[in-house]
Design a protein. Structure first.
Length: 374
């Protein structure tokens, strides 16, 4: 008979300072202020970054994240009193990071967001003209009309970047899909369906205006909340580039990053609606560990070579003996080889329990926190 391990045995190898229960760290805390400006799969929680910044960095230093994703490291660095630089190959990720980290004139931003909401309320609705095939397939006629009208208003405003994020978030929610499968819907849902989320029959979304208003006001509230806690005088720089070739500048006092996992998430397909509506540059072919390559031996070798190239390219821009902190579920034990090839020695390796994964994937999950130096 197999005996289940005791709680003490389960947590013997876990760094409890880097692990939280759902009770201790509920979702509203993990998604505070701009950390939840837009849903994003695969991000790590700000509290983890906060602890790591406190362990390995000092205020006013400069942290680098070469796989910046939705900008968790950058945002938390600004809150913790550091400068930050990050990059990503996905254009939507870069737009999201820029909106999260830019300082705003809050009076002007509020005026513009409320003005565009008023103009949407006055919109009578017309049949969408020259809509793409994607828009015709994934949105009801009224929703498509409202989204496209909102898009036409964006150039009228100074804070067009913020309005683009509002449009993207509304477009995510207004798609013809089931309520319980917003992450990666496979095909448009046209007919009523049994909803596993609400435990009743639901109908696909028909309108988008209420989503546009809701997310405009939510964005305003989150930007205001972040403005209250971000440190004065600290800056974030965001690059849209291939990190294997990017001339970073610097110097940097260290790295905190969570690289993409091989063959797991297509970071372009995740935000397909944004790429379609905003006309963003799709560079998924340059993405490290891209999902369509899978986890074959050849794909894994490509992934390792890519991560090595990215870290080796960043290393010359680091100060001597700077910490390189990598958060990853390294179940294939790839990173000791990766770090050795880059010329970095592993100083510490911690294991943390992930209290809740994003989306519907809520099973047991662990991550490794690798700390290396040259």
């Amino acid at each position: 008979m197999t005996v289940a391990p005791t709680q003490q045995a389960l947590y013997a190898d876990i760094d409890l300072d880097l692990s939280w229960s759902e009770r201790d760290l509920p979702e509203r805390e993990r998604t505070k202020h701009v950390h939840r400006l837009h849903p994003y799969l695969g991000k790590f929680i700000p509290q983890l970054v906060e602890v790591l910044l406190g362990r390995y960095f000092a205020p006013r230093q400069h942290v680098l994240d070469p796989f910046a994703g939705s900008g968790t490291t950058l945002v938390q660095a600004l809150e913790s009193g550091l400068d930050a630089t990050g990059a990503d190959i996905a254009a939507f990720n870069v737009l999201l990071m820029q909106v999260k980290t830019r300082p705003y004139n809050l009076f002007t931003l509020e005026h513009e967001l409320r003005d565009v909401c008023a103009r949407m309320e006055a919109f009578g609705g017309t049949a969408p003209r020259s809509a793409s095939r994607y828009v015709r397939d994934w949105y009801a006629p009224a929703a498509a009309s409202e989204l496209l009208h909102f898009r036409s208003l964006i150039p009228d405003y100074e804070h067009a970047d913020v309005l683009r994020i509002v449009l993207a978030r509304a477009a995510r929610s207004a798609r013809r899909t089931t309520h319980f499968d917003l992450d990666f819907p496979r095909e448009p849902q046209i007919a009523p369906y049994w909803c596993h989320k609400h435990k009743r029959e639901c109908r696909p979304v028909e309108r988008a205006e209420h989503f546009l208003r809701r997310y405009a006001l939510d964005t305003l509230a989150r930007v205001k909340a972040f403005a209250q806690v971000r440190a004065r005088g600290r800056e974030a720089r965001v690059h849209h580039d291939d990190v294997r070739e990017l001339a970073w500048g610097g110097p940097f006092d260290g790295i905190i990053t969570s690289p993409p996992y091989p063959g797991l998430i297509d970071y372009h397909e995740q935000h397909r609606y944004a790429y379609e509506l905003l006309g963003l540059d799709d560079r998924r072919g340059d993405e490290l560990g891209r999902a369509e390559r899978g986890t074959s031996r050849v794909a894994m070798a490509e992934y390792v070579d890519g991560i090595v190239a990215a870290l080796a390219n960043a290393r010359p821009f680091l100060r001597r003996s700077a910490p390189v902190v990598i958060v990853v579920n390294d179940r294939r034990d790839l990173y000791p080889e990766i770090l050795e090839r880059v010329g970095l020695r592993v100083e510490d390796r911690y294991r943390r329990h992930v209290n809740r994964r994003t989306g519907r994937r809520a099973g047991e999950f662990y991550e490794d926190v690798l700390v290396a130096r040259s």
